[in-house]
Design a protein around this ligand. Structure first.
Ligand code: ADP
Ligand code: ZN
Length: 227
């Protein structure tokens, strides 16, 4: 028998819409972990295995990675972490096939989950500007931005305290972002309609500043969840 509902929040939006940042904020509020398939893939990429090398080639062309590879990494993460109270997904599902696979995966777990999808929309112009200015802490994966979010103490990560561990993602160039955007519009945008049809979609305006977006997410989520 399945026990009562835990919540899975799915963050959907184009590259640079702020899903990663909002995922971190929501994690704190809900007390759940955020699983970023992009981070799982980048960790695998670092491992220098043949899979890692293959991933680098795909990700640096802005294309989606093979569904089965992503699904396997996601499954492993869900099974090893404490995800029974629910979790937040950043970057998955990214096409309709993955949305179906997520449901199949959840069906195999002993809990029943309530799904909420949040569409974080952003104009293309903002996307490029945000992405070419962003960098992150390689230790804890916190995102920063040269324009509006630098660490409080120069060169020291606000979250984990690491010094000088900042880097820029290899796929955060204007040329690759344009390709990622194309891929998003073709493959991921239909996932928004998929969740809308299921009646589990919330929409927020990702053009706004981080605090404003998180406030909008909070007020919309609180209408359907208690936390
Ligand atoms: P962004 O949303 O800014 O593009 P991510 O870190 O979520 O950044 O994704 C980076 C890249 O990782 C994608 O361009 C894609 O190649 C790969 N990726 C991440 N999640 C998935 C997924 N669910 N399915 C296929 N590829 C993925
Ligand atoms: Zn850090």
């Amino acid at each position: 028998m399945k026990t009562e509902d835990s919540t899975i929040v799915i963050l959907i939006g184009p590259p640079g819409c702020g899903k990663g940042t909002q995922g971190e904020i929501l994690s704190e509020k809900l007390g759940n972990i955020t699983i970023s398939t992009g981070n799982l893939l980048r960790d695998e990429m670092k491992s220098q295995t043949s899979l890692g090398k293959k991933l680098r080639t795909t990700m640096c062309t802005g294309k989606l990675v093979d569904d089965q590879i992503v699904l396997n990494l996601l499954k492993a993460k869900i099974l090893t972490e404490i995800c029974s109270d629910g979790f937040i997904l950043d970057g998955f599902p990214r096409n309709i096939k993955q949305a179906n696979e997520l449901e199949e995966l959840l069906d195999t777990l002993r809990k029943s989950f309530k799904l909420v999808a949040i569409d974080v929309s952003v104009s293309d112009k903002k996307i490029i500007n945000r992405i070419v200015n962003r960098y992150y802490c390689t230790e804890c994966k916190t995102n920063y931005n040269k324009l509006y979010k630098n660490p409080i103490k120069k060169n020291i990560c606000d979250v984990c305290g690491s010094e000088g561990k900042f880097a820029v993602r290899e796929d955060d160039t204007e040329e690759i972002v344009r390709k990622r955007l194309k891929e998003y519009n073709k493959q991921t945008a239909p996932v928004i309609s998929y969740y809308k049809k299921k009646g589990v979609l919330l929409k927020v305006n990702g053009d706004e500043a981080v605090d404003k977006v998180s406030h909008e997410i909070d007020s919309k989520l609180k209408k359907i969840l208690t936390y």
